[in-house]
Design a protein around this ligand. Structure first.
Ligand code: S3P
Length: 434
């Protein structure tokens, strides 16, 4: 496992062309494979997670040419035409396992064991297995509701109404995808809106969705999909570490170009603004039906602590670890609540974030459903572990830049899960990871 030391720097400046969105790349690859046409995907993210999804759709018989990071052209097999292999390796990718299980439930030829790495093997799958079974699908988990997951297709599916206790785009998407094959309407109710990329992309592919109150529904069986060619916009979650670093060190400014600004993803902006950070948004034309633009941020002295409310959590679920760094550099106590989901991400992110912040000298505490950080406006630095979690590795790098002594990040190579170029892009702003 790579150990990287990130040294403190006096300032950061410049522009990062933000890498393509991971969530959109997973979805584009899957919906292209189910389409009745050849689909050109421009700028699909080249990362460990999305490589696993490309391998999965190819193993199911979709022909793919080109390269992740540049362009991939997929010849779709049609909605019911996948020929799944006996086993699919989902690596670290929860999105692949959860979304593709919904697709496989509708494939007559499927009898598939879906498995993954050590981290994925700890993640809860009952949240998709139970509603898929209620639709009539044959889905089995290991005892404890974790992977491996066994999905057998071919059973007749019926639409259900499912109420999520916790907002989850992965569960919602899994059920909408299975709903394409089900008789009648599949409704998903969420307590608050999670990212709606699947909905936008299904509509672009010609599927009429129903909306009522906070619920979204699909009426099946759908005859076919035709995903139009698309380019993948930049990932807000990959812009976020640079955004936070820019708020602490941007002089005169850090620019994040080509970022997807879907409001279901950008909750961090409101939180940072409450803390006193000035962030300008320059909007550009939508890409793949998603709002896009450039973010411009500059150093803010005198950050104020804030409270992240439970209803804000879904729109910034993957950025909450970075709020810990901001909290440490602010005055007062920053509190994150209603975020128990963090315990079942790539690591237990309540434990790993608090553990890392404390190791770097911050005053941080775990809460059952979140964490608190009492800021002192400074971070000593030291050594921390990514715990194999890409978001933790990036937190460590940002902390290193603003720290007094630098930060040694163990397991830094976890960044390859979503952002293999992370260190290079950070160095382009003036950072010196070694
Ligand atoms: C994702 C949804 C989120 C997020 C994950 C990617 C997606 O998970 O944490 O990194 O692509 O749908 P949940 O929907 O389970 O909260």
């Amino acid at each position: 496992m790579a150990v990287v030391r990130v040294a403190p720097v006096p300032l950061l400046r410049g522009t990062v062309e933000v890498p393509p969105d991971k969530s959109l790349t997973h979805r584009a690859l899957m919906l292209a494979a189910l389409s009745d046409r050849r689909v050109r995907i421009g700028r699909p993210l080249d990362s460990a997670d999305t490589a696993a999804t490309l391998a999965a759709v190819e193993a199911c018989g979709a022909e793919a040419t080109g390269h992740l990071g540049e362009e991939v052209v997929i010849t779709g097999r049609g909605l019911r035409g996948l020929r799944p292999p006996p086993a699919i390796d989902c690596a670290n990718a929860g999105t692949l396992m959860r979304l593709f299980a919904g697709v496989l439930a509708g494939q007559a030829a499927a009898h598939v064991v879906m498995d993954g790495d050590e981290s994925l093997r700890t993640r809860p799958m009952t949240r998709i297995a139970r509603p898929l079974r209620a639709m009539g699908a044959q889905v089995f988990t290991a005892p404890g509701g974790t992977p491996p997951l066994v999905v057998s297709g071919g059973a007749a599916l019926t639409g259900i109404t499912h109420r999520l206790d916790v907002a989850s785009a992965q569960v919602k998407s899994c059920l909408l995808l299975a709903g394409l094959f089900a008789e009648g309407t599949t409704w998903v109710h969420e307590p608050s809106l999670s990212r709606d990329h699947t909905e936008r992309m299904l509509e672009a592919a010609g599927v009429a969705l129903l909306r009522e109150g906070g619920a979204v529904g699909v009426t099946g069986p759908v005859t076919g999909l035709a995903l139009p060619d698309l380019d993948v916009p930049g990932d807000f979650s990959s812009a976020a570490p640079h955004l936070v670093a820019g708020a602490l060190l941007g002089d005169p400014e850090v620019r994040l170009a080509g970022v997807n600004l879907n409001p279901a993803r950008t909750g961090l902006l409101a939180v940072m603004r409450r803390m006193g950070v000035e962030i300008a948004e320059e909007s550009a034309s939508p890409v793949a039906g998603e709002p896009c633009g450039t973010l411009v941020v500059r150093r803010t002295d005198g950050l104020r602590a804030t409270e992240v409310a439970p209803e804000e959590v879904p729109s910034m679920i993957d950025e909450l670890p970075l709020v810990g760094v901001l909290g440490a550099m602010a005055t007062g106590t920053t509190v994150v609540r209603g975020a128990a989901e963090l315990r079942v991400k790539e690591s237990d992110r309540i434990a790993t974030v608090v553990g890392a912040l404390r190791a770097l000298g911050a005053d941080a505490r775990e809460l059952e459903d979140g964490f608190e950080v009492t800021g002192s406006g400074r971070l000593a630095g030291g050594a921390m572990e990514s715990s194999g979690d890409h978001r933790l590795a990036m937190l460590g790098a940002v902390a290193g830049l603003v720290s007094e002594q630098g930060v040694v990040v163990g397991g830094f190579d976890a960044v390859a899960v979503s952002y293999p170029r992370f260190a290079r892009d950070l160095a382009g702003l003036g950072a010196v990871p070694a």
